[in-house]
Design a protein around this ligand. Structure first.
Ligand code: SF4
Length: 483
């Protein structure tokens, strides 16, 4: 084993360094008596976007009520809870916290009063100027109950509700002030509203379920409830749904389309289609492009479960090297996995993942993962393969090196924790003890989402080119926009 320039042996994460954002869902004008159950199924399908907390706000007879809690969808919503939730329209949320900690206060949907009545809001994304707006609002007497930037949006809606003639004007005025990433679903006593930020950073799409309209972060939620996909909400577009009418308002805020390329690499489910591009096909294509850029002679291609599997299949098809299932994931290890001390924590990757010796022994292995952020998991996986008898381990990553943090709702940690921002590729290779290491180029990555409009992606975490200005402190650390 070569000299390791980094100690990557200590990690308790299977997928280190990146975490999901949030999922949002809304169903309007639903005529059967099982709306809460439909929301439950839809949120279940969006569980991959956030596992910390979840909630549903439901409208019935002029009243909006909510139920939310810490935990996964089936932990928060029991049969009994769902039976008690009756209504005709609803919104829901699955949360991973990027601003505000993991607490019940910060869970969503938020329900609040404004001049036009009661309103519920669920948000996926991060505002880059939330700190500044919050500071200004607090100076004018506003009180905040949560630490989220979503409550900043709620507060603006409430404030503009006092001055503006209708909700449309309120929302346009709110969009005038907030900057950053947002896919919002809003429930009023009359309407379901969907809004996508001016760059379309976070996904939001429209579906139809009988006479009802559905809004969701990803269309995999439509499949779960039997709805048909209609189209994506466009960047800067506001969708108003009242009864069975849908009205689209194209605001002046529409910028060039810059949706998050990481949705295609890792976050979104492979059975979703975002802005015309199938996530599954994007990952398959990324694997094929990786062969063209970094071929290697080997006996078996293996994907890191689950994130690297599709790209590994693509790599195998393009290279002609057989694909094998050499790493077995324990599907029953959840968030509550007990790891009381460091020694036991170090065992955690081995419990979550195990190598299939029969497939690996004596072979030259190409192991594919979707991204490499801190490097700790990669080191353990390479070790696992070598311990199982691999003659050589060649690591291929189906995205470029992550060099910069994300400010738009994806929890990619600060630069100091990003291995590629601090070490050369050769140093990383040596640290993870692989025989070779290569990353897909940015140029190839942008070719992978087949069907998406050209130049329509944010690549900020790879290139440092963000679609909007991100406010930094003098130490080059993002703290939200300072006043
Ligand atoms: S910086 Fe990266 S993770 Fe964040 S929105 Fe852009 S592409 Fe996505």
């Amino acid at each position: 084993m070569g000299k390791r320039v980094l100690d990557l042996s200590r990690s308790d994460e299977l997928k280190d360094g990146i975490h999901e954002a949030c999922g949002v869902l809304g169903i309007s004008n639903y005529q059967d008596d099982d709306l809460a159950h439909m929301m439950y199924f839809g949120l279940y399908a969006l569980q991959h976007r956030g596992q910390e907390s979840c909630g549903i706000a439901i409208y019935k007879d002029g009243e909006i009520t909510g139920q939310k809690g810490i935990g996964l969808v089936p932990e928060v919503f029991t049969e009994k809870t769902l039976d008690r939730m009756d209504g005709t329209s609803a919104i829901g949320h699955t949360r991973y916290s990027t601003t505000g900690g993991s607490s019940i206060e910060n869970s969503q949907p938020l329900i609040f009063n404004y001049k036009g009545g009661k309103i519920a809001l669920a948000h996926n994304g991060n505002l880059v100027n939330a700190t500044k707006i919050r500071y200004e609002l607090e100076n004018k007497g506003a009180i905040f109950q949560t630490a989220t930037d979503s409550e900043v949006i709620a507060n603006l809606i409430s404030r503009y509700g006092l001055k503006c003639k209708d909700l449309k004007e309120v929302l346009i005025k709110t969009m005038d002030v907030i900057k950053g990433a947002y896919a919002l679903v809003i429930l009023t006593q009359k309407k379901l509203v969907g809004i996508r930020d001016p760059w379309g950073l976070r996904p939001l799409c429209i579906g139809k379920l009988g006479d009802s309209y559905v809004l969701a972060s990803e269309n995999c939620a439509f499949d779960a409830i039997g709805a048909d996909f209609i189209r994506d909400v466009e960047p800067g577009e506001i969708i108003f749904i009242e009864d069975d009418n849908l009205i689209s308002i194209k605001t002046n805020y529409n910028k060039a389309h810059k949706s998050c390329i990481f949705e295609h690499i890792y976050f979104a489910r492979p059975d979703s289609v975002i802005d015309g591009a199938s996530i599954y096909r994007s990952r398959l294509e990324a694997g094929k492009l990786l062969v063209k850029e970094y071929p290697v002679d080997a006996d078996l291609v293996v994907g890191v479960p689950d994130s690297g599997i599709t790209a590994a299949i693509g790599y195998s098809r393009e290279s002609g090297i057989p694909y094998g299932e050499a790493l077995i994931k324990n599907r029953y290890v959840g968030r509550t996995f007990i790891q009381p001390n460091q020694k036991l924590r170090e065992r955690s990757v081995g419990i979550k993942l195990n190598a299939l010796k029969e497939e690996i022994d004596g072979k030259r292995i190409i192991i594919i993962d979707d991204s490499l952020v801190r490097g700790t998991t990669s080191y353990k996986i390479v070790q696992m393969l070598k311990n199982a008898g691999a003659k050589e381990v060649h690591m291929r990553i189906s995205s470029p090196p992550v060099l910069n943090p994300c400010y738009f709702g994806i929890d990619i940690s600060s630069k100091e924790h990003l291995i590629a921002a601090n070490y050369t590729i050769e140093e990383i290779r040596e640290s993870i003890n692989a025989d070779s290491l290569a990353f897909l180029s940015v140029e190839s990555l942008l070719k992978a989402p087949i069907g998406a409009p050209a130049n329509c992606f944010c690549t900020g975490c790879f290139t440092g080119e963000y679609p909007m200005k991100v406010p930094m402190n003098s130490d080059n650390v993002f703290r939200g926009e300072q006043c």
